[in-house]
Design a protein around this ligand. Structure first.
Ligand SMILES: Cc1cc2nc3c(=O)[nH]c(=O)nc-3n(C[C@H](O)[C@H](O)[C@H](O)COP(=O)(O)OP(=O)(O)OC[C@H]3O[C@@H](n4cnc5c(N)ncnc54)[C@H](O)[C@@H]3O)c2cc1C
Length: 299
């Protein structure tokens, strides 16, 4: 019954039932989603949001799955995945509007093709634009907040909202969207013209640095913890003797202690236990509380 109603609400978005979410998470962990919708238009999304509210159905949003640990029991209700919201447009004055499901890799390629600069720092972050805004993702001295002009969202009642950069209350790995249940649909970035080869050289240089330092050969969710004020999480974890620690199939990376890699069919529970163990060890040794950056979602 619910399924039939949902199918009538969307025009061209694809729906899958009891779909394993391992395939959509960078750690390759997680159970199934009751209803997974590959949302294709902002209009379909607004309809689904209103319907979920009216029917009291839980609604979860997934971008590129690179900063989440999905529960082994999966996600109840509706999960919306943004990967098909993928339009990019160049407006006046080098402003680029970009739908939330575009990945930062795709956006980088688009900007190279159009000789537009300012976002090179983000080229190797494996997230979607929506996830990057939600997290205020950053690398190599840049954060997405530095390049954002405005952000379009849909709130829990299905209304479209527009936030200025100031309205977003960006701070380190934080935006206001973490405190309300808005869904980011579109982002406006301020770029500047640049020589194409200069952009390519920068991107190649940063990707090389990343590949040297990070265990990209294994599934992971990037840095598990936020950087504690005055410290580096990876260094604290190393000095607490936790590098290489294994729980089930999850391991504190031997290449970069801030990462936890899936070396052998890890479960979300393996990750959760390993996270707790590392937090305890670091606290006992250095009296520093490591705050999780990665989001745990699902039942
Ligand atoms: C190998 C690796 C390297 C990484 N390096 C970096 C790095 O250098 N810097 C950095 O900052 N991060 C890094 N990350 C983490 C991650 O890529 C970023 O946090 C990214 O911004 C997450 O985007 P996503 O689309 O994958 O979000 P997801 O993992 O899909 O979701 C993350 C959170 O955002 C929410 N969300 C996603 N899309 C939307 C939307 N449209 N509207 C509202 N909420 C939404 C989700 O509900 C969830 O709570 C790395 C991860 C990996 C695996």
């Amino acid at each position: 019954m619910i399924n039939e109603k949902i199918e009538k609400l969307v025009t061209n978005s694809e729906i899958k039932y009891n779909e394993p979410l391992k395939n959509y998470s960078y750690t390759k962990t997680g159970g199934s989603s009751d209803i997974l919708i590959f949302i294709k238009s902002i209009c379909d999304l607004a309809n689904i949001i209103k319907f979920a509210k009216e029917e009291h159905i839980q609604l979860t949003i997934l971008g590129n799955g690179s900063n989440v640990l999905i529960s082994d029991k999966g996600i109840r209700g509706i999960t919306v995945i943004t990967s098909k919201l993928n339009k990019i447009e160049i407006l006046d004055d080098y402003i680029v509007s970009c739908e939330a499901g575009v990945t930062l890799h795709e956006l980088t390629q688009f900007l190279i093709n159009n000789s537009l600069s300012n976002l090179e720092f983000a080229c190797g972050i494996p997230g979607s634009v929506g996830g990057a805004i939600y997290m205020n993702a950053g690398a190599y001295g840049g954060e997405v907040k530095d390049v954002v002009i405005k952000v379009e969202t849909i709130d829990k009642d299905g209304n479209i909202k527009l936030y200025s950069n100031d309205d977003m209350h960006f701070s380190y790995r934080h935006s206001i969207i973490q405190e309300n249940s808005d869904i980011i649909t579109k982002v406006y970035f301020q770029l500047k013209p640049e020589n194409k080869q200069t952009i390519i050289d920068k991107v190649l240089e940063l990707n090389k640095l990343r590949a040297e330092k990070q265990p990209l050969e294994y599934p992971s969710c990037g840095s598990v913890f936020k950087r504690p004020e005055g410290y580096f999480a990876g260094k604290l974890i190393q000095d607490a003797g936790c590098q290489g620690l294994i729980v089930g199939g999850a391991q504190v990376s031997t290449k970069h202690a801030g990462f936890m890699v899936n070396i052998n069919n890890a479960t979300c529970d393996d990750y959760k236990k390993l996270i707790k163990l590392v937090q305890q060890n670091v606290f006992e040794k250095f009296n520093v509380e490591l705050e999780r950056e990665v989001k745990i979602i699902g039942e």
